[in-house]
Design a protein around this ligand. Structure first.
Ligand code: PNS
Length: 165
């Protein structure tokens, strides 16, 4: 009998994807048969890129990776994970400041879908303070973001975010 494919979801706003996200996605892909990176709606964030644009940027960054795919979903994560037959939701955990919010989401998702486990991967030390909003703030003021975002989408970010004075 063939073993059941183990699918993990890496959900997020990805507005835009950073090298911190990609590190988590690649580490998840090394542990699971298939990883679905899903662009979702965080109702407490205003995005600078449309869901289609965020999917497009993610696809540019993960091209060539065999077991990673990119999707988007405008609904509940717990519902999406059930639909895809996923056994895990993977999130990166940075500083303590992430903890309470992530813990609350993990417990809520467990309540909504007891079949799915949320796993936290420790962010690599160099990405501990990296966030999409920090990247956007630096880009808007003309700062150098090349250490924080994949080269494939560097231009897309500058074109959208940089405010000429
Ligand atoms: O990158 P983010 O903004 O921290 O990701 C948060 C995200 C998009 C994963 C979260 O807001 C989410 O799961 N949104 C989908 C709607 C949902 O399921 N909300 C309830 C979560 S407890």
């Amino acid at each position: 009998m063939m073993a059941k494919e183990r699918i993990a979801i890496c959900p997020g706003s990805f507005d835009p994807v950073t090298i911190g996200h990609l590190d988590i996605i690649n580490r998840a892909a090394a542990m699971f048969d298939r990883v679905i990176v899903t662009v979702m709606t965080n109702t407490s964030k205003l995005c600078s890129f449309t869901a289609e644009e965020r999917v497009g940027m993610l696809r540019k960054c993960i091209q060539g990776a065999e077991n990673i795919e990119v999707d988007s979903y405008d609904g509940l994560l717990a519902e999406y994970a059930a639909k895809k037959g996923a056994c895990a939701i993977i999130k990166g955990l940075r500083a303590m400041s992430d903890f309470e919010y992530e813990f609350q989401m993990a417990l809520t998702n467990k309540k909504l879908n007891p079949e799915v486990e949320t796993l936290f991967l420790t962010t690599s030390a160099q990405n501990m303070y990296l966030s999409s909003s920090m990247v956007k703030q630096i880009a808007s003021m003309g700062g150098d973001i090349s250490d924080f975002v994949p080269a494939e989408i560097h231009r897309d970010i500058i074109n959208r975010i940089y405010i000429k004075k």
